[in-house]
Design a protein around this ligand. Sequence first.
Ligand code: FMN
Length: 478
Amino acid sequence: MKMIVLGGSPKGEKSVTMQYVEYLKLKFPEVSFDVKQPAFRIRRLEQSPEVFDDIIKAVSQADGVLWAFPLYVHSVCSQYHRFIELIDEREAGGAFAGKPAAALSTSIHFFDNTAHDFIRAVSEDLGMAFVDSHSANMNDLMKPAGRRALEGFFDTFMDAIGNGAPVVRIFPPRGTATDEPAPNPGSATMNPEPLRTGKRITIVTDSTDGRLATLINRFSSTFEDDVEIVDLRKLRIAGGCMGCLHCGPKNVCRYGNTDDVINTYIEKIHPADVFVIAATIKRRWYSSLMKSFIDRGFFHTHQPFLNGKQVAVLLDGDITSNPALRDGLTGFVEWQGGSLNGIVTTMSGNASEVDAATDSLTRRIALALKKDYLRPATFLGVGGIKIFRDDIYTRLSIVFRGDHKYYRKNGIYKTLPHKKPLRLMMFRLIGLITSFPPINRKMVVNMKDFMLMPYRGVLKKATTTADTSEVKDRSSVA
Ligand SMILES: Cc1cc2nc3c(=O)[nH]c(=O)nc-3n(C[C@H](O)[C@H](O)[C@H](O)COP(=O)(O)O)c2cc1C
């Protein structure tokens, strides 16, 4: 049986993910593995169509395709996204149609679900018979249960290939942007007066043409303030994140000042009060150009850089068929500490509906700035920060020394349960008291009232004037 492995790490063979592939090679000697590294060799693939064609030829000759990738910032790395874009651009999708496919990733389980959904949706769009996903924690190979699970996954994949994997969809087909009308810059505005916020607004975009430009213009022309637009196509970007972890100790990127990326973050995004991502959806995710900029932001490692900022997303394309993208974007903004005011796409409705959605978004932002309103994070942000907190406190503190320092200094470790011993003791004590049968019976009967006790005090004190209590720590809302 011939298996092609499409490696998705910018580190190529020297990647953690490839160790899992090596293990499979040892355990399944009857399978002939052909391992390609499109993410590692992305420049070659772009520059020389023959190298790209070699991979496509190997796909067409294989009995099965294994997408094997690490998680890089809520998804696969920008280089892998670019490879997937090239499959479209070079019309090479035919080689994938009908092939059984499976996905193997390594990560720390932070948005691994969005990356797997993305890869599955791409496989379905290519007409592949998607069999299974295996999301390994990067250390799983060191544990017997992890090795057994990996073998189980591959057994399942082999069995499906041998017995005919069906081609089925769980994601709706992609909407096609060209079917929809572009926003209409001339339509009546909901904002009769330009909004004046006195705040700094920065838009980072992968395009200043066509439909996205119209959306950006509508958004920015509503404000009287200066809106800075960073066009990534004009920025010097030497390459995508290489995953080298040079940034681990002191948040210094190995690319340094060889290009404009780090300075753009420091000079244009850090000081902004409002940060807008404007991007083109290509193959179910935002473009690999935007992804390379987002991935390069990893020099902040796990320290939130959108703390307290109002954030918005403008997209050219369809998000309704892309739940993974919506979750990925929401989770990205939330765990970075930003307040996501909304996502408007060129397909949010007909032309005037898109305009109305954009106007409504700008009003929401202006109001949020005025009232200092920051939305609490959902599970996506709250769960995310807890994964980082726990891992940085322990195993990741060795590589990410900068994060360890930051988390200590900024009280993030204080939310670890054992860091508040008095509080913990109080809960144990209340637990003990309420476990006495007569008290417990009373509590159970009056559970609703018992739960509302702390709220009653707050409501009693509430007045119609705004609550001006100082918010010291936004994460305490989470
Ligand atoms: C730039 C960068 C971004 C990462 N982003 C994520 C992430 O969003 N979610 C996650 O669970 N792990 C993330 N990780 C951890 C990697 O997925 C994990 O270490 C993986 O095993 C690396 O595999 P590789 O050596 O094959 O590249 C990231 C690592 C790097 C270097």
